[in-house]
Design a protein around this ligand. Structure first.
Ligand code: SAM
Length: 234
């Protein structure tokens, strides 16, 4: 299938109130990932995902099936950024830098920047130089990140602590960095995580959101994300 724009995806629906049955299933299988993004995934994430799959005793076939989808998520988020014309991006939870570098790659040749924070620096160092011009890593949590960011943010990607209350803290810490019409993306909107209730309460309050399945994690469990459009109110 040719490269799709997000609005053309049949399962991409607008949900104005929360209803578990309405959860969409974006067909990530049909996205073709450009080779530069696939390379970032292989260099930065593949070893980590193999380790996870082994820990969860996934069969080789199941693992490869998961990987076919996992490799698409970082690029998918750059499509989303493009669709909503997002230039400045903030991420909470950098880890090895898979999404961080994918966003930095998307921003090459654009005027934007990505800021990302983590409590530990475990970034894959292969790409730090390559994207030094348009990316900033900050050691610390979202409060520290908010002090470092010096622009209004168009896209927030919240993917750090899963403990109950942590996502609400991250949002609270970054509220003042919102641009006029930002996009907020929350990973791991699944009942097994402590952040589920936080994200759900944000959806209920802010109404203009979408929930979609991005495939299975390397643990073999399904993984959902939420996008909330516009400035968040707590
Ligand atoms: C799931 S990983 C992030 C993956 C990354 N966003 C990506 O897509 O490539 C979660 C990361 O959040 C970090 N983390 C946990 N609690 C945090 C906090 N309170 N503030 C910032 N980072 C935190 C962890 O150290 C871990 O590296």
């Amino acid at each position: 299938m040719d490269k799709l724009t997000i609005t053309s995806w049949p399962d991409w629906k607008d949900y104005t109130s929360f209803n578990q049955e309405q959860i969409g299933a974006i067909d990530l299988f049909n996205i073709e990932v450009p080779k530069e993004y696939a390379k970032i995934w292989k260099d930065v994430s593949m070893a980590v995902q193999i380790k996870k799959a082994r820990t969860h005793k996934l069969s080789k076939d199941k693992m490869l099936e998961c990987f076919k989808q996992l490799i698409k998520r970082p690029y998918f988020l750059t499509l989303l950024a493009e669709e909503y014309n997002c230039k400045n991006i903030a991420e909470v939870g950098t880890a090895e830098g898979l999404q961080f570098y994918s966003f930095a790659h998307y921003l090459q040749g654009k005027s934007g920047h990505i800021w990302s924070c983590d409590l530990r620096d475990v970034r894959n160092k292969t790409y730090t130089e390559k994207y030094a011009r348009n990316s900033t890593f900050c050691l610390g949590g979202s409060k520290r990140l908010s002090e470092v960011i010096d622009e209004k943010i168009d896209l927030f990607y919240i993917d750090a602590s899963h403990q109950k209350g942590a996502v609400l803290d991250d949002v609270k810490n970054l509220l003042n960095q919102q641009s006029e019409n930002p996009v907020w993306i929350f990973d791991d909107f699944d009942e097994r995580f402590g952040c589920y209730e936080d994200i759900r309460s944000l959806c209920e309050k802010n109404k203009n959101f979408m929930v979609y399945r991005v495939g299975d994690a390397a643990s073999g469990n399904p993984n959902h994300q939420v996008v909330i459009f516009g400035r968040i109110l707590l």
